[in-house]
Design a protein around this ligand. Structure first.
Ligand code: NAP
Length: 338
């Protein structure tokens, strides 16, 4: 089978290799991948900023979608032809995260090889069913970005109809957060550095939009839009460059879901955090139980993920470069196989 491996860091160093097609062991399924999606994490993994000490060779990417093409002994849960996605954290089934569960995340080292390959074997408990209304390309966007947004809003945030959610930028996590917030009946204020992307956010249902480049004090704009009360939830993906303004934007006793560090790791003012008695909650993707809850909502609401662009398998490096440019809106996908 064809696969991409990291032998040394750098997008241009990614190596297309020919590997033995794996065989399903007892309790495992063999998945033939049809699509994979990119997360910002993948750019970091491949360039060496995620874990500079990562062991190699390692197959990158955590999010894939495919079909079951063979099953190992004792597999009762799945049949040939079933459309499935591997979990981001292969052994986080329910409950809180832990060091052991977190370490089972795909695509960041040889122990849990990623999905940028034609076939992979997975424990029968570590894959979930793809909603029938979604293509492989659409489904491949769900395991990390969508689940993170779901965890932030529904699990950590317990978002309710009528609340206000602030999303930052138009990457994978933020666009899913907008979709889930609207699904829950919330009002959404969304930011972007591009007016063209703001127009797309409005098409997706954003109630108010702010260009954070032309309105550098976008936190003030958020307060103006909320009669100075602030928002109930912030989907904080920016880190150092955005956290202080996110904290200004949230209401007293509101919720900031700390998800990303697109602008670097943050130093911030703790005084505002306790004076406003806000909840700063770190989010790490999510469990299978959260994924199953999310998939029920996706099915019930016929949610369609926003796929910006689909690259061919031979264009993996091009896809990663495109992702790192930040030009995309929503998700970037790689098609696998014919
Ligand atoms: N904790 C977790 O479990 C978890 C899970 C998934 C992702 N993450 C993290 O969350 C972050 C987002 O991930 P992603 O995959 O959604 O990223 P992505 O798709 O690469 O997001 C890129 C977008 O972020 C926006 N952006 C960049 N700088 C910004 C700024 N200063 N202010 C506001 N928006 C800005 C830009 O949107 P515009 O072009 O519209 O301005 C850009 O297009 C990353 O740091 C990632 O590592 C964490």
């Amino acid at each position: 089978m064809r696969a991409y491996e990291i032998h040394e860091f750098g997008i241009d160093k990614l190596k297309l290799v020919d590997l033995e097609t794996p065989v399903a062991a007892p309790g495992q399924v063999l998945v033939k991948f049809h699509a994979a999606s990119l997360n910002y994490r993948d750019v970091m993994v491949v360039s060496g900023t995620y874990n500079p000490r990562m062991k190699m060779p390692a197959i990158p990417l955590s999010d894939g979608a495919g079909e079951v093409v063979s099953v190992g002994e004792g597999v009762a849960k799945w049949q040939l032809g079933d459309r499935v996605m591997p979990l981001f954290a292969q052994q986080w089934y329910d409950g809180e995260s832990s060091e052991e569960k977190r370490k089972t995340s795909l695509g960041a080292g040889p122990q849990w090889q990623g999905v940028l390959r034609e076939f992979g074997t997975f424990d029968q408990e570590s894959v979930v069913r793809i909603p029938a209304h979604l293509s492989y390309e659409q489904a491949a966007t769900l395991p990390c970005a969508a689940l993170t947004a779901w965890n932030a809003l529904q699990v950590s945030g317990r978002v309710r109809a009528g609340e206000t959610v602030l999303t930052l930028g138009t990457g994978g996590v933020s666009v899913f957060a907008l979709q889930f917030a609207k699904m829950a009946g919330a009002r959404v204020i969304a930011t972007s550095g591009s007016d063209a992307k703001l127009a797309k956010l409005q098409e997706l249902g954003a109630d108010d939009t702010i260009n954070y480049r032309t309105r550098e004090d976008w936190d003030k704009a958020v307060l103006e839009l909320t009669e100075r009360r602030g928002v109930d939830h912030v989907i904080e993906v920016g880190g150092a460059g955005t956290l202080a303004r996110s904290i200004t934007s949230v209401r007293i006793a509101g919720h900031v879901a700390m998800i990303g560090a697109l602008t670097g790791a943050a130093g911030f003012d703790p005084i505002t955090v306790f004076m406003k008695a806000i909840k700063l909650q770190g989010i790490f993707v999510g469990s299978r139980a959260m994924m199953e809850d999310m998939l029920r909502a996706v099915v019930e609401n016929k949610l369609i993920p926003v796929v910006d662009r689909i690259f061919g398998f031979d264009e993996a490096a091009k896809a990663l470069t495109y992702m790192s440019s930040g030009a995309h809106f929503g998700k970037v996908v790689i098609k696998i196989g014919e």
